[in-house]
Design a protein around this ligand. Structure first.
Ligand code: UDP
Ligand code: MG
Length: 161
């Protein structure tokens, strides 16, 4: 088996995806989950959490010097978020493609941000941006025993082997 944060570069690559409080409040949970599910990715971790501002600041630690950081932390801690871990080949990069550009004004139609939001400060979803951040974020949000390492019954209809 693989570590709970997955194995980047394999079919067991894992990424951390969070539906932010605006996405939850706007009733977009089911639609967002459906997009990852229908793509063929496998859900291996899921919980609803209301982050504290301290936890939000830890999650976005890399951005602490940026001018928008205080507003970002308040936004992210303003309500419950749906924290998820998704698994599959190239899920980190492909997950970012499903999400779309950081600024919803630049996000292509058909992406989550392109379809459902307007401004950067309310862009409804987070996704890890690389293997290192995926490992770090999955480990920050999920304990080992909160990740389900399971085999899909339709694996052979999604992958050749
Ligand atoms: N953000 C913002 N203003 C900016 C840049 C980013 O409000 O000028 C917010 C936005 O919600 C974004 C989050 O900060 O999703 C994290 O920024 P990052 O550059 O990591 O973008 P992401 O990885 O979410 O696309
Ligand atoms: Mg980011």
């Amino acid at each position: 088996s693989v570590p709970h944060y997955g194995a980047a570069g394999t079919q067991k690559e894992r990424t951390f995806i969070a539906i932010k409080p605006d996405g939850v409040n706007r009733g977009l949970i089911a639609d967002i989950i459906a997009r990852f599910e229908k793509k063929g990715f496998k859900l291996v971790g899921l919980k609803l959490v209301h982050p504290t501002e301290d936890f939000a600041a830890e999650h976005y630690d890399d951005l602490k010097a940026r001018p928008f950081f205080p507003a970002l932390v308040k936004y992210f801690a303003s309500g419950p978020v749906v924290a998820m871990v998704w698994e599959g080949k190239d899920v980190i990069l492909t997950g970012r493609k499903l999400i779309g550009a950081t600024n919803p004004a630049d996000a292509a139609v058909g992406t989550i941000r392109g379809d459902y939001c307007i401004i950067m400060g309310r862009n409804i979803i987070h996704g890890s941006d690389g293997a290192d951040s995926a490992k770090h974020e999955i480990s920050l949000w999920f304990k080992e025993n909160e990740i389900a390492d399971w085999e899909s019954a339709v694996h052979k209809w999604t992958y050749e082997k």
